[in-house]
Design a protein around this ligand. Structure first.
Ligand SMILES: [Zn+2]
Length: 279
């Protein structure tokens, strides 16, 4: 009996050692395939450009100009931090979506960050939302959203899963950030300030740097940590800000959520989607 239990204990210890060895190998290989201490390429995609102004017809602030400016600022920040940075465009030119994907897919050990701003005829719509498609992209999406939504004085619209072309066709972790609504007077005013665009770029950069920290260190309503986010375009996968959460407890929560998602449906998403296939 005693000997048996000793044998069990020693085989359990063996298993434990094997397990530790495996996890440490896994940790090593995950580091070498894109961890924080390995050189990584960041492909930055400024939405729209050239004849493609972005947004909706009649929109005063051109989305293509805002996306390019944030993208160039992000390039400067990441380059200064030692990242290899590639731009799908660095001037006011039109690059087809397929061309952007080809650029992204020509890099290994890379991530793809698409920068957009939202638009809708309903001027009240506001906030930050972050999209991903492949499961591999969820940590990057969560980290970027955590920082951008946390740093912006505006609504947190959550991390969402949607099959945008540039997210679906890329082989590397890919995220599309909607940095606010240019059709909302307040957010448009923010976006037109260079200091605000700099702040957006810095928060996106922070998300890129901390992309592998999601799920371990973060415990917040601003990130999506579940591996089971369904493909439901209009459902807010994350969560609401803590102030909202406290306002909508119990039975109110359900109706508040319902209300929120239906207002999105009628307001921003459908029109924005039809006029702006890439956000
Ligand atoms: Zn866009």
């Amino acid at each position: 009996m005693r000997r048996n239990s000793r044998r069990i204990a020693s085989s359990a210890a063996g298993l434990l050692l094997t397990f530790l060895a495996c996890t440490s190998d896994a940790a090593k290989s995950s580091r070498s395939s894109g961890g924080d201490d390995s050189p990584i390429t960041v492909v930055i995609d400024a939405g729209h450009g050239g004849h493609d102004r972005g947004g909706i017809p009649g929109q005063r602030v051109a989305e293509k100009d805002m996306t390019l400016d944030v993208a160039l600022r992000l390039r400067n920040i990441l380059s200064a931090s030692g990242y290899n940075v590639v731009m799908t465009r660095s001037s006011d030119v039109y690059v087809p979506l397929a061309g952007r994907v080809v650029i992204a897919n020509s890099y290994r050990n890379a991530v793809f960050v698409c920068i957009h701003f939202n638009a809708t005829p309903r001027s009240g719509a506001s906030g930050i939302e972050t999209y991903f498609y492949s499961r591999d992209s969820l940590p990057l999406a969560s980290a970027i959203h955590y920082y951008v939504a946390g740093g912006a004085p505006t609504e947190n619209r959550g991390v969402r899963r949607r099959g945008y072309y540039v997210l679906r066709k890329t082989n590397i972790p890919a995220v599309l950030v909607e940095c606010g609504f240019l059709t909302n007077p307040t957010e448009a005013a923010y976006a037109q300030a260079g200091s605000y665009r700099q702040k957006l770029a810095e928060e996106i950069a922070a998300g890129v740097r901390r992309r592998n920290a999601v799920g371990s260190g973060f415990s917040t309503t601003r990130v999506a940590t579940a591996e089971s986010i369904p493909m439901q375009p209009y459902i807010d996968q994350t969560k609401v800000t803590s102030s909202k959460k406290s306002r909508s407890k119990g039975s109110h929560k359900k109706s508040a959520r319902k209300k929120k998602s239906s207002s999105k449906r009628s307001g921003s998403e459908a029109p924005a989607r039809s006029s702006d296939p890439e956000g």
